[in-house]
Design a protein around this ligand. Structure first.
Ligand SMILES: Nc1ncnc2c1ncn2[C@@H]1O[C@H](COP(=O)(O)OP(=O)(O)OP(=O)(O)O)[C@@H](O)[C@H]1O
Length: 598
C-alpha cells in the first residue's frame, strides 16, 4: 500500500475532479436508498387499503376506491422512476469525474515513465529486457489505473451506501437488520478469494498467450531459416504443444468462473429467505409492517453489488500496489550519465583520450586499458583490431554513452562530462555497427535528426552515402516504406541509408563503427571520397576491419585486448613490421588467393 502513496500527488493535481466525484457518489447513493422507503409506504398502502376494498365488496363504491388506490400506486411508481433517473444522472457525473480522472493520471504516469526511461543510460537497457520495460509502462500502468478509477469509486460508493443502508435498516428493526446482512461478509470474502484465483489463472493465461505469440513471431521472423532447414513439421508440433498449454489454462479459468455466479446467487437468495422469514415473524409480533419486508428486500438488492465490489476492489488494490512497486523501482533508478551544464558549446572536433580505462558496469569486462590518442579537426583517425578488442567501446565513450572508469576524455580541451550532452550529441554523427532503421519511409529515416525533413538535404546525404541511385530505382523512391511492412533493403543498402542518416546531420565529428563491411570496395571508395569532401576541417573516426578502408587515414590506431598497441600512418605502421604489417600481409594474401585460383 505504501507504494501507492506515490500517486497521491496526482490526486492533488486532479482534486477538482476527485472532490466533485465524491460528492456525486454520495448524492447518487441517497437517491439509491430513497426508493426503498417509497416501496415500503406503497406496500403498507396496499395492505391497509385491501381490507377497505374488501369491505365494500358488492357496493359500487368499491370501484371508486379501486380507482383512487390505483392512481396513488401509479404515483408511487412514477416517484420510484424519477428517483432512479436522478440517481442515474449522478452516477453518470460520478463516472465522468472519477473515471476521467483515472484516465488523466494514467496518461501522466505513462509520460512520466517514458520520460524517465529516456533519461536512463545504456547500462540500464542492458540490465532489463524490452518486454519488461514495456510491461511496466503499459500493463502495470493499466492495473494502477484500475485502482485510481474503479477502485476508488467503488470503495467510496460501498462505504457511503453501507452507512446509509445500515442506518436505515437499524432504525426499522435491529434484529432483522443483523440477520439480513449476516451472509454478506461471507459473500465478500468468497468474492475476494475467487477473484484472486481468477486473477492468478488469468495471469497464467496471459503468460501462455505471450509465450505463444512470441513463439509465432520468432518463427515467422526466421521463416527463411525454418524453411531452409525443413523444420516446419517440428515447429508445428511445438506450436500445438504451446496451444495446448494455453487451452488447459483457459479451461481451468472457466471452471472457477462457472462456480462464481451460482455461489453468489445462492448467498443473495439466502439473505432474501432470511429477511422474509425473520421479517414475517416480526410482522406477526407487530414489531414491523409488511412494507418493511419489501423495504429490506430493496435494501439488500442495493447492497449486493457493493459487497461484491468490496471483494473485487480489495484484490484490485493489491494488484495495483504490486504494479506500482514495479513502476517505482524503475522511477527511482538514477540516470548514470547526467549532464548538468546547460550552456551550448560550438564543437570544433578536437578529441583526446588521456589514459582512459573502462570496465563495463554490468558485465565487469575491462574493455579499454590506458588508451591515449588524439583526433584533431580535419583528421581522419581509423581504428582497427581483432573482434572484441575494444573498438566500439571507444565510440561509446566518445558519445558519452558511458563514463570512463579512469582517465579523461577531452573534447576541445574540456572534459566530456563538462559539456551540455544534448547539444554535444547534436553535433556528432554516429553510424552504429548494427544497422537500425525505423519502420518508416527512407526519407524520414535519413532525416531522423531533423525536426522538419528537408528534401534537398536528404537527397544530398543519400548521394554522399552512394545510395541515391538505389533509392530512386525503387517504385516509391524516397517515400518507400522500409521495415516490417515495407520493402526489404539489402544489407549494403541498409548500411548506406544508415550512413546517409549520419551525414544528413552535417556533424562536426563523424563516427563510423564498422559500417562499410557490407559495401563493395568500389562503393566504399566512393563514400570515402565524398567524406573527404564533406568532412573537410571536421573530425572523422572510422572503425574498420579492412585495411583497404583505412589506409589513407591520417592516423591509424591498432587495438588489441583493450589497448592501443601501434599507432601512426599506414606507411609508418608497415615499416614497424608488427601486428598491422601481419594483418596487411594476411589481407593481401586473401585478396590475391581467389584471383590465383582463376
Ligand atoms: N554493452 C556492453 N556491455 C558489456 N560488455 C560489453 C558491451 N559491449 C561490449 N562489451 C564487451 O567489451 C569488450 C570489447 O567490445 P567491443 O564491442 O568494444 O569490441 P570491438 O573491437 O568493437 O569488436 P567487434 O569488432 O567484434 O565489433 C568485449 O569483450 C565485449 O564482450
Amino acid at each position: 500500500m505504501r507504494d501507492l502513496s506515490y500517486l497521491n500527488k496526482f490526486f492533488y493535481k486532479y482534486r477538482w475532479r476527485l472532490i466533485p466525484g465524491v460528492l456525486f457518489v454520495i448524492i447518487s447513493n441517497i437517491f439509491g436508498v430513497l426508493p426503498a422507503q417509497v416501496v415500503r409506504v406503497a406496500f403498507d398502502l396496499v395492505n391497509e387499503n385491501i381490507s377497505t376494498y374488501q369491505l365494500f365488496s358488492g357496493f359500487n363504491r368499491q370501484n371508486i376506491i379501486y380507482d383512487i388506490f390505483g392512481a396513488s400506486l401509479l404515483l408511487f411508481g412514477a416517484l420510484v422512476l424519477v428517483l432512479a433517473i436522478i440517481r442515474g444522472l449522478f452516477l453518470f457525473f460520478m463516472r465522468q469525474t472519477i473515471i476521467l480522472m483515472s484516465r488523466h493520471i494514467e496518461y501522466d504516469l505513462k509520460n512520466e515513465i517514458y520520460d524517465h526511461y529516456q533519461a536512463l543510460s545504456l547500462a540500464f537497457y542492458r540490465r532489463h529486457n524490452t518486454g519488461d520495460l514495456m510491461n511496466r509502462a503499459t500493463e502495470d500502468v493499466s492495473r494502477v489505473r484500475m485502482y485510481l478509477g474503479p477502485g476508488i469509486m467503488y470503495t467510496i460508493n460501498t462505504v457511503v451506501l453501507f452507512v446509509l443502508v445500515i442506518y436505515a435498516m437499524l432504525s426499522v428493526n435491529v434484529r432483522l437488520a443483523i440477520f439480513s446482512v449476516l451472509p454478506l461478509p461471507i459473500l465478500a470474502v468468497i468474492i475476494y478469494y475467487v477473484n484472486n484465483i481468477i486473477n492468478f489463472r488469468s495471469e497464467k493465461i496471459q503468460e501462455r498467450l505471450s509465450s505463444l505469440s512470441s513463439f509465432v513471431q520468432e518463427n515467422f521472423s526466421g521463416i527463411r531459416i525454418m524453411k531452409s532447414y525443413v523444420r516446419e513439421a517440428s515447429v508445428r508440433e511445438k506450436f500445438a504443444t504451446e496451444s495446448d498449454h494455453y487451452k488447459t489454462h483457459s479451461m481451468s479459468l472457466v471452471r472457477v468462473q462457472a462456480m462464481f455466479y451460482p455461489i453468489m446467487l445462492l448467498l443473495v437468495g439466502l439473505s432474501n429467505v432470511i429477511i422474509i422469514y425473520i421479517g414475517g415473524v416480526e410482522v406477526m409480533k407487530g414489531n414491523i409492517t409488511p412494507g418493511n419486508i419489501a423495504e429490506f428486500i430493496v435494501y439488500l438488492s442495493q447492497l449486493t453489488f457493493p459487497v461484491m465490489a468490496l471483494g473485487w476492489v480489495t484484490s484490485l488494490i493489491q494488484r495495483a500496489a504490486a504494479s506500482q512497486k514495479r513502476i517505482n523501482e524503475f522511477l527511482s533508478e538514477k540516470p548514470e550519465i547526467v549532464s548538468v551544464i546547460t550552456t551550448p558549446h560550438k564543437l570544433e572536433g578536437a578529441i583526446e583520450f588521456k589514459d582512459v580505462t573502462f570496465t563495463y558496469p554490468d558485465t565487469g569486462i575491462q574493455a579499454l586499458k590506458n588508451v591515449s590518442f588524439t583526433a584533431l579537426p580535419g583528421e581522419m583517425v581509423a581504428i582497427i583490431g581483432r573482434t572484441g578488442s575494444g573498438k566500439s567501446t571507444i565510440a561509446n565513450l566518445m558519445l558519452r554513452m558511458y563514463d570512463s572508469t579512469q582517465g579523461e576524455i577531452l573534447i576541445d580541451g574540456k572534459s566530456v562530462r563538462q559539456l551540455n550532452l544534448t547539444d554535444y550529441r547534436h553535433q556528432v554523427g554516429y553510424v552504429p555497427q548494427e544497422v537500425f532503421l525505423f519502420s518508416d519511409t527512407i526519407a524520414n529515416n535519413i532525416a531522423f535528426s531533423a525536426d522538419t525533413p528537408d528534401m534537398p538535404a536528404i537527397e544530398q546525404a543519400a548521394k554522399d552515402a552512394a545510395v541515391f541511385n538505389n533509392i530512386i530505382g525503387l517504385e516509391h523512391g524516397f517515400e518507400t516504406l522500409i521495415g516490417e511492412r515495407g520493402v526489404t533493403l539489402s544489407g549494403g543498402q541498409k548500411q548506406r541509408v544508415s550512413i546517409a542518416r549520419a551525414i544528413a546531420k552535417y556533424p562536426q565529428v563523424l563516427i563510423f563503427d564498422d559500417c562499410l563491411s557490407a559495401v563493395d570496395t568500389r562503393t566504399e571508395e566512393e563514400i570515402l571520397n565524398n567524406l573527404g569532401r564533406i568532412m573537410q576541417g571536421k573530425t572523422n573516426i572510422i572503425i574498420a576491419h579492412r585495411i583497404s578502408t583505412i589506409k589513407n587515414a591520417d592516423k591509424i590506431l591498432v587495438m588489441d585486448n583493450g589497448q592501443i598497441i601501434e599507432q601512426g600512418t599506414h606507411e609508418h605502421l608497415l615499416s614497424l613490421q608488427g601486428t598491422y604489417f601481419e594483418l596487411y600481409e594476411k589481407q593481401l594474401l586473401e585478396e590475391e588467393e581467389p584471383e590465383s585460383l582463376n
